[in-house]
Design a protein around this ligand. Sequence first.
Ligand SMILES: Cc1cc2nc3c(=O)[nH]c(=O)nc-3n(C[C@H](O)[C@H](O)[C@H](O)COP(=O)(O)O)c2cc1C
Length: 197
Amino acid sequence: MSDLKIGIIVGSTRPGRNGIQVGQWVKENASADGVEFELVDLHDFKLPLLEEPFPAGAGNYLGDEANAWASKVAEFDGFIFVSAEYNHSVPAALKNALDYVNAEWNNKAAAIVSYGSMGGVRAGEHLRQIFGELQMADVRTHVMFSLFTDFTYGENGESTFTPAALKAGELEGQISQLAAWARALQPLRAEADELAA
Ligand SMILES: Cc1cc2nc3c(=O)[nH]c(=O)nc-3n(C[C@H](O)[C@H](O)[C@H](O)COP(=O)(O)O)c2cc1C
């Protein structure tokens, strides 16, 4: 029986992306008492570039894609964001998905898993700035993967995710912080739900 639901959001959508391999690894290695994990692939949601007025209406968006995305985000108590680094920042698809809804993110916990030539650290730090504005509590542990040492490459350049063994332990520590904060914020989320009802 679980009391927490954590979404693992794959934040890149391009053909041949590494993000889906990293997201699947997170899902396979994620476990914590009382927590259910779900892989959420942004590619499945086909969000247009922000087509909603602001402030967006919680649970009452104009577009079908927006309503589907908002309902999915609303299901979770916290998130693990799996992010690439594009031009030293967050992939546009992930920024768009973050911008699309607002209340659905508030008072939830967030953790960052990133990858890139420098572990995606610059995208991760940008994400922390965004989380503050969305009233999300981001945990300290940031799991980073190097394109040079955590992936192997075939003759035609195709990549396979082969993470260092110690990364599973880092993820475990990150998830225990994430679950603790997601639980601690439950009363705030309940209060906000009551006010909205
Ligand atoms: C548009 C674009 C910009 C990129 N910029 C960076 C960058 O600034 N820093 C970096 O470490 N890697 C950069 N890369 C390389 C990506 O880290 C690498 O391609 C990674 O696999 C991208 O994630 P994805 O495969 O899930 O799309 C960039 C890749 C793309 C497609």
